[in-house]
Design a protein around this ligand. Structure first.
Ligand code: GLC
Length: 647
């Protein structure tokens, strides 16, 4: 059961798509209006768990911390960071009472969840105009599924987007990309796509190609496609100020850009230099920006990533002392980016009213994703791939997300593991981190362990910074070890794809905490470093340096599976605690009791794999498999077939 309570006159966020019954009164939280916002208080019980909040640092259970929803390009995040790239204001309280709550507001929200053992949840919304949704149900899982239903179905990526993606900020010309393809193929390693970072553009200008480095992009895209590799270009939020650039000129002519306090187009310094930001709050501007992707789709691109859309600002041009002596803040300001003052300097035209950006900050990136997704849906006949950095609840209907600039550090691998269930609770089924870490240098061991975890996340992309040492699977010697891990991803493809599509079609999660299935098992409830992947698999990733064994708790009898690149070694284990071993070149996972998983016969590319030719592993009797051609937009439960285990 879901109720909606409206405070003041909220701005449309495009988060919820289903009608919800309205109510006058909150049932669980008490609200107190303050001068500078509204505060909501809930008294926790000692054993309550608190789940949700999507992309945040910390554990799956949110107790004991403060989180701030204020989208930030925080490329240096540490365990205590309060704000990341997205804002996902959905919480589930599970204990004495079971309920979910979604604070739907584009403004800053502060969550203090049992901070300093206070015993309360305090939510402070800076904007007094908001919609609150309260959801009651039988369990945390049931409540989450109701929430997923009202925010609409996830987008469906093409099957090749479930293969391995390789990326690096630092591949700058055709030769670099050709090398990556050749090296993957020479080493017999699968690869489905390579991302093109900002260097493919002419001086980092959106919707352009650097002609000296990519003389014939159309031909190059088909060359890569023939080799089984899709190219996925980046698009940033800012449009470079440059007379002669038609996108810039059209935007200016039609007033599609954000304004400063004087009504001039707001200027901010990002990768290409001074840019204007598209005012995605105007439906016309959204449509216009989205239609610019035609430049890329005409060339043959079918996948895209959107970046810098918090929006990230390195510096702003400002009018010092109001004396018209405009200066650009120097690049030292890079370190102080995302300053609140910068966000207070520009405005959106929302239904004819000029609204300060700061007040609606958290849905800017979301609306860019809506803009891209809506038009890409028209421009491309089949499914497209889109993932983005800055999101809000609802962005998942148009694209997936990656979790931004992490580091090649073990604690960031752990963070990736902990974030996945919360992201799934907020609709982001197609998500993943920069595998191996973006900043700093990745060790061989870390990349192998990270790949072993990313094997189970729908988005599996290695990405690294231009300053990092090479991070491709062939850059660390003894590539057979990498082959073993990647082989499992492709062997599991029929399962991963099927579970993803079923979750999408039934408003379910793809990755869950153990607590969501084993809610009466106190031990299972407290374990955060083991996850359920789809309906049949449990994983216990290796996230510590130098470890080849770890403790695993089986909340029920399960089949332990060890895959070494060739064979699946299965062992049926009773419920209980075990010490499990795994070397760098194998992966151990578990199949739940009375369940099955379909395994493909191929492991080289998504193109080669026939989803309907599978063998079944596990001790179940039948498996409901979603099968289609991997590209048609018409996804439906009619594509689910029942397959039976032959004895
Ligand atoms: C941002 C992105 C990163 C990208 C870089 C250059 O830092 O998060 O993924 O490589 O910009 O475009």
């Amino acid at each position: 059961m879901i109720k909606r309570i409206i405070y003041g006159q909220p701005i449309e966020t495009l988060a919820v798509v289903e009608d919800v019954q309205s109510s006058q009164q909150e049932e669980f939280f008490c609200s107190n209006e303050k001068d500078d916002g509204i505060e909501f208080i809930y008294n926790l019980s000692k054993n309550d768990y608190v789940y949700g909040l999507g992309e945040t640092m910390g554990g799956v259970n949110k107790r004991g911390r403060r989180f701030v929803s204020f989208n930030s390009d925080n490329n240096n995040h540490t365990n205590d960071t309060e704000s990341l790239y997205g804002s996902h204001n959905f919480l589930v309280i599970d204990g004495k009472e079971h309920f979910g709550v979604f604070f739907d507001t584009p403004s800053k929200v502060i969550f203090e969840i049992d901070l300093n053992n206070s015993g309360i949840i305090r939510v402070f919304c800076e904007n007094k105009n908001l919609t609150m949704y309260e959801i009651t149900g039988t369990s945390a899982y049931d409540i989450t599924k109701q929430f997923l239903k009202i925010i609409g179905k996830s987008f469906a990526p093409p099957i090749w987007a479930f293969g391995l993606g390789q990326s690096k900020w630092g591949y700058t010309c055709e030769e670099d990309f050709k090398n990556v393809i050749e090296n993957y193929q020479k080493n017999n390693l699968p690869l489905d796509y390579i991302c093109m970072d900002i260097d493919y553009m002419d001086r980092y200008i959106d919707f352009t190609i650097d002609k000296t480095r990519f003389p014939n992009m159309k031909e190059f895209i088909s060359y890569a496609k023939q080799k089984g590799v899709h190219l996925v270009p980046i698009i940033d939020a800012g449009i470079k100020i440059e007379p002669g650039n038609s996108v810039y000129e059209e935007g200016v002519k039609n007033n599609y850009f954000c304004k400063d306090k004087n009504g001039d187009n707001f200027k901010a310094l990002v990768w290409p230099g001074l840019t204007h930001f598209t005012d995605f709050f105007q439906p016309k501007a959204r449509k216009w920006f989205g239609s610019q992707y035609k430049f890329l789709t005409d060339l043959g691109f079918e996948g895209f990533w959107n970046d810098m859309n918090e929006p990230s600002i390195f510096a702003v041009e400002f009018d010092k002392d109001n004396k018209n002596n405009k200066t650009e803040r120097d690049l030292k300001a890079l370190e102080e980016k995302q300053k609140v003052e910068d966000y207070k300097m520009f405005y959106h035209n929302i239904n004819g009213k000029m609204i300060n950006h700061y007040d609606v900050h958290n849905i800017y990136g979301h609306l860019m994703t809506v803009a891209a997704g809506e038009e890409l849906g028209k421009l491309i006949k089949n499914r497209y791939l889109l993932f983005t950095r800055s999101t809000y609840i609802g962005s998942h209907r148009y694209g997936g997300l990656w979790t931004g600039d992490n580091f090649s550090q073990w604690d960031h691998l752990k963070q990736n593991v902990l974030q996945m269930p919360s992201l799934n609770m907020c609709g982001f089924l197609y998500s993943g981190a920069d595998t191996g870490g973006f900043g700093k240098n990745c060790s061989r061991e870390l990349l192998l362990r990270w790949l072993a975890f990313s094997t189970f996340t729908p988005l599996m992309r290695i990405h690294s910074d231009r300053k990092s040492t090479p991070q491709e699977c062939y850059s660390f010697g003894a590539t057979d070890d990498f082959k073993c891990i990647l082989s499992l991803r492709y062997k599991l493809l029929p399962y991963i794809y099927s579970e993803y599509m079923k979750a999408l079609l039934t408003s379910d999660m793809y990755i869950k905490p153990l607590a969501f299935e084993f809610s009466d098992d106190e031990k299972a409830r407290s374990i955060e470093d083991q996850l359920l992947v789809g309906d049949s698999i449990m994983i216990a990733p290796f996230i510590e340096e130098g470890k080849i064994s770890r403790k695993v708790y089986l909340p029920e009898n399960m089949t332990k599976v060890k895959y070494d690149g060739k064979d699946f070694e299965c062992e049926y284990l009773n419920q209980g605690e075990y010490e499990i071993e795994s070397n760098l070149n194998d992966v151990v996972f578990f199949i739940r009791d009375k369940k099955l998983i379909p395994i493909s016969n191929g492991d080289q590319s998504t193109k080669e794999i026939d989803l309907s030719q599978v063998i079944l592993l596990g001790n179940g009797e039948k498996y409901e498999q979603y099968v289609d051609d991997g590209q048609t937009k018409d996804v439906s439960l009619e594509n689910v077939r029942t397959i039976y285990k032959e004895n």
